[in-house]
Design a protein. Structure first.
Lengths: 163, 263
């Protein structure tokens, strides 16, 4: 075991971790931040995406000890300070960007990274950026529309209604 | 995963000291090694994480060469090499996905020498030098077959020095599930020579297609490859994603595309 200290969603936390403890295990099991999901555990699906020092990272493919001293953001830290959904989360709701919701935390974290690097991405750029995030409901069209809308761009054809 | 301890040194010297322990293994970005550990295909007693060593995370111009620290992530290379060496920046920007590129490093990729890794093709085509904590190794001598390199136990890749070509491009034919190259070709044109590095294809790992290098040095155009002897299918990887013949066929196809795209 070794001691780690990191900032998670703005709060400093210190805990003892096993050498082989993944960051996603640390977040879910020690901190009970279960919004970060484990879909595949093989770094393919992206449901575990979080930000480490501002960069998109798969939390199943980094050890907790490697995040010692880092600033970590998870889906739980994404809402506005008053608890309302942030622009990306609201756009996912407005444009039916989620169906079962399992991939959504990773999608929202990936979208936030994309819009930080590229505030007005094209549809092609969005699809390319989401290469490491799998939606097994295959709800990609509305996810892409939600991210377009979150970036303040016109959404072609509007949302496909759930009913 | 089996149980192990993990250390996070702050300098190369501290890392080398930590690697002196019995069954200690270095880990850089971990994008290959962590999945390997999960499958219990490796059983180190101690992992020495190189990810906290700031002195390995840099790109800098050295005359006609680009020196890249072993700890530079693919994301850093994609961003910071874009002006000096666009061919390499584009290669880095297409490895894995954005989250993988934020962790995976050039040093880790070069040390692992996966037969389908992208960087070795550029290192071979450019005649790069692999710099370790103790010596410098020419790419031609460094890569020694699938997952085999000239590295000794406890030796780490501290950097890779790429001579910057006048024009270059990397073309990969993606295996659609993993997005690793089924075949990837890096073409580099210098004032006095052309380099062609091929990854993903051969049972012997990354290779140089020397016949193509000679033809392209005389005439740098896709047409120059029309009558050039292609690498033999008998040496190629065959698996459910493609036969050996298919991979052999892709080598000239991707080389021509790289020549046409070189900038």
């Amino acid at each position: 075991m070794s001691d780690v200290t990191m900032t998670v969603n703005g709060k400093t936390v210190s805990r003892a971790v096993r050498g082989n403890e993944l960051l996603v295990e640390f977040l879910r099991e020690q901190l009970r931040l279960t919004g970060t999901h484990v879909g595949c555990d093989t770094s393919q699906c992206g449901a575990c995406c979080v930000h480490v020092n501002g960069e998109l990272v798969k939390a199943c493919t980094i050890f907790a000890a490697e995040a010692d001293g880092a600033e970590v953001s998870t889906i739980e830290g994404q809402a506005n300070p008053d608890g309302s959904l942030n622009v990306i989360q609201q756009a996912f709701q407005d444009h039916h960007g989620l169906q079962c919701g399992f991939c959504t935390p990773g999608m929202v974290m990936a979208a936030a990274s994309l819009l930080k690097e590229n505030p007005k991405p094209s549809e092609q750029e969005i699809r390319h950026y989401l290469q490491g995030n799998i939606c097994r409901c295959t709800g990609y069209h509305n996810i892409v529309r939600a991210i377009m809308a979150a970036s303040g761009q016109e959404v072609e054809g509007g949302a496909i209604a759930a009913e | 995963m089996y149980a192990f301890e993990i250390e996070r040194p702050k300098s190369v010297d501290e890392a080398l000291a930590a690697l002196g322990a019995e069954e200690a293994q270095p880990i850089s970005g971990g994008q290959t090694l962590i999945p390997t550990l999960k499958q219990r295909l490796a059983m180190p007693s101690k992992l020495v994480s190189l990810s906290g060593i700031d002195e390995l995370r840099y790109l800098r111009r050295e005359g006609d060469a680009l020196m890249i620290g072993g700890g530079a992530t693919h994301g850093m290379v994609a961003r910071e090499a874009a002006t000096d060496f666009p061919g390499l920046a584009k290669l880095a920007g297409k490895i894995g996905d954005p989250a993988v590129r934020n962790r995976g490093t050039i040093g880790g990729s070069i040390a692992n020498n996966d037969p389908s890794a992208c960087y070795p093709s550029a290192a071979m085509a450019c005649g790069a030098t692999i710099v370790t904590n103790s010596r410098e190794i020419a790419a031609d001598e460094y890569f020694q077959g699938m997952f085999m390199t000239a590295l000794e136990e406890g030796e780490i890749v501290t950097g890779v020095r790429f001579p910057i070509p006048q024009a270059s491009a990397y073309m990969k034919f993606e295996q659609i599930a993993s997005r690793f190259p089924l075949v990837g070709v890096f073409v580099a044109r210098f004032a006095d020579r052309v380099g062609v590095g091929v990854t993903g294809a051969s049972n012997n790992g990354v290779l140089r297609w020397r016949e193509a290098e000679e033809a392209l040095a005389a005439n740098f155009s896709p047409d120059a490859l029309a009558d050039v002897t292609a690498p033999r299918a008998s040496d190629m990887i065959a698996d459910l994603h493609g036969t050996a013949e298919y991979r052999a066929h892709l080598i000239p196809v991707m080389t021509k595309r790289a020549v046409a795209a070189a900038e």
